[in-house]
Design a protein around this ligand. Structure first.
Ligand code: SF4
Length: 298
């Protein structure tokens, strides 16, 4: 009932720490007809949730023939129109390619989930420039405001790298400040490790390991505190959960994910693969806990 659908391969960006463009080459988008045919076929087999996958998923379509005149927003709309698909996710988008048609599709397509993974990498414009991310801190924060205005209950996740070459205390503080400002629901945090063949690997101003680890610890504390606060705001709400199976920690409970991509462990009766309405009663920084509404009403 869940499936990944590869929509493109390769990447035209040149992030200074990333080996993907060298290994995978330039971006190649699959033809929209081929993608929609695959989504239609797996929906007939019972798939309800798809995750569209690409190294830079929201630049999909730019390399296709000009006669097709399409973009990732149109692809989201085409997948949304497929019978049987009730949830659409996509990963990973690049902030620079989050343009108006994609935001409009996110806001208007019923199946597109209220969750965006939006890699920030660093909150320092100086480091973003060295990373060759092609956006600055202000542009990223404006995008966050635009996304939240379009989808008010949007959950945001991100990727963050600490210890990129040349990262000063001030640069790192700017990352912490950005995390405090955006208040992400979740974040993957990484220590920069030089990848042979990338521009950043040969930078002379590498950061000592002990400093990288100290920064990571502070970042993880901040991310977890905010995620716990964000999750606690869901207590008392009813969330639509796609049931995935038994809870990994308590076999008497079911486990699933909300549209906002938070794991929920709950007392319930719904079968894996079906949607359940769950009243959220408790939370941690990683998960929610609750009871299926059918049991609350009983
Ligand atoms: S980090 Fe992502 S956007 Fe940047 S080069 Fe690698 S795959 Fe492309």
């Amino acid at each position: 009932f869940q499936a990944w659908v590869q929509v493109s391969m390769g990447c035209n960006s040149k992030c200074a720490y990333c080996i993907v463009p060298t290994v995978r080459g330039r971006e190649q988008s699959r033809h929209p007809g081929e993608i929609v045919a695959e989504v239609t076929s797996i929906a007939r087999e019972g798939v309800k949730e798809i995750t569209l996958l690409g190294q830079n998923v929201n630049s999909w379509g730019r390399d296709l023939a000009p006669s097709l005149r399409t973009d990732f927003g149109e692809l989201l709309r085409a997948c949304d129109a497929v019978d049987g698909i009730s949830r659409i996710r996509f990963t990973s988008p690049h902030p620079k390619d989050f343009r108006e048609p994609v935001i409009a599709a996110l806001a208007e397509c019923v199946s597109v989930c209220e969750h965006v993974h939006l890699p920030l990498q660093s909150g320092s414009t100086r480091i973003l420039k060295r990373m060759r991310r092609t956006y600055d801190r202000e542009r990223y924060l404006r995008l966050v405001d635009t996304l939240r205005a379009a989808v008010p209950d949007l959950a945001l996740g991100t990727d963050l790298i600490v210890g990129f070459p040349g990262e000063t205390d001030e640069d790192f503080d700017a990352t912490i400040a950005a995390v405090e400002e955006v208040r992400y629901e979740s974040a993957f945090t990484f220590i920069f490790s030089p990848r042979a063949g990338t521009e950043a690997a040969s930078s002379p101003d590498q950061i000592p390991d002990d400093l990288k680890h100290a920064r990571l610890e502070r970042l993880v504390d901040t991310v977890q505190r905010i995620a716990a606060e964000r999750n606690s705001e869901r207590i008392g709400r009813v969330e639509e959960v796609l049931v995935e199976g038994p809870s990994r920690t308590d076999a008497s409970l079911l486990r699933g994910r909300t549209r906002r991509n938070t794991t929920v462990n709950f007392k319930g009766v719904t079968r894996p693969g079906d949607l359940a309405d769950v009243l959220v009663e408790e939370s941690t920084s990683m998960t929610l806990r609750g009871r299926e509404l059918a049991l609350v009403d009983a």
